[in-house]
Design a binder for this molecule. Structure first.
Ligand code: ADP
Ligand code: MG
Length: 233
């Protein structure tokens, strides 16, 4: 299987007014195509910092990060943005949909940035909404649908560029358990179609849906093991 993520002795130091703060102390983490990993760990343990680096939103202070076999070390900001748009899909706790645009327009947005012509854009966005079960809600605005539906629209948007990997930081953090399960069902389905996923979560029930669990503590990966008795909502 092709390597999607490979980090070796990855470290991150933030330079703040109060001095330097090392928050990742040397993380080795690999993910091959088709994996579904949940990341857990207490607040402040470095999960979001790690996800930001995986997402090419930030760069490591030392160590290596290879995305799809390529080291990000010497890439410019523009080159990082290109990798981000081409290979990665992001899902956030707060959905981050445009409130004044309907779901179809929200999902179309990355296609607009990618300069896909408008007729193709519409067709593809509609297919994506159908794929996440939101076809009938295409012309609704975010505030006219449930939180779970908003997050599914955000997932459809993340899928627009046919990414190799979805990175989700607390994707069910704003959802009740029924809506959370809806999202996890969709992630399981997408993973079974071959998509690779990394999902940060505080909730054991959410992590139990992944195939593998990685646990951070104080900037170190302290556990990385297969999920036994995987939960299927
Ligand atoms: N931009 C930043 N500048 C300085 N310190 C930061 C920054 N982002 C995060 N931190 C600190 O790094 C540590 C890890 O944070 P974070 O990666 O957000 O952890 P988690 O997502 O596990 O809660 C925390 O102590 C946090 O305060
Ligand atoms: Mg965080």
């Amino acid at each position: 299987m092709a390597s999607v993520i490979e980090t070796k002795d990855l470290k991150k130091t933030y330079h703040t007014g109060a001095g330097d703060l090392e928050v990742l102390h040397g993380v080795d983490f690999n993910l091959v195509e088709g994996e579904f990993v949940a990341i857990m760990g207490p607040s402040g343990s470095g999960k979001s910092t790690f996800m930001n680096i995986l997402g090419c939103l930030d760069v490591p202070s030392s160590g290596t990060y290879r995305l799809l076999g390529e080291s990000v070390k010497d890439l410019s900001a523009d080159q990082l943005a290109l990798r981000r748009n081409r290979y990665l899909g992001f899902v956030f706790q707060g959905f981050n949909l445009l409130p004044r645009a309907d779901l179809l327009e929200n999902v179309s947005l990355p296609l607009l940035y990618a300069k896909v012509p408008s007729d193709k854009r519409r067709k593809k966005a509609m297919e994506l909404l159908d794929r996440v079960g939101l076809g009938p809600w295409a012309s609704h605005r975010p505030n006219q649908v449930s939180g779970g539906q908003q997050q599914r629209a955000a997932i459809a948007r993340a899928l627009a560029a046919d990414p190799s990997l979805i990175l989700a930081d607390e994707p069910t953090g704003n959802l009740d358990s029924v809506n959370s399960d809806e999202i996890m069902k969709l992630f399981i389905e997408l993973n079974e179609q071959g998509l690779s996923l990394v999902v940060v979560t505080h909730e054991p029930d959410v992590a139990a849906c992944a195939r593998r669990l990685a646990r951070f503590h104080d900037g170190l990966l302290v556990e990385d093991s297969p999920v036994v008795n995987r939960r299927r909502p």
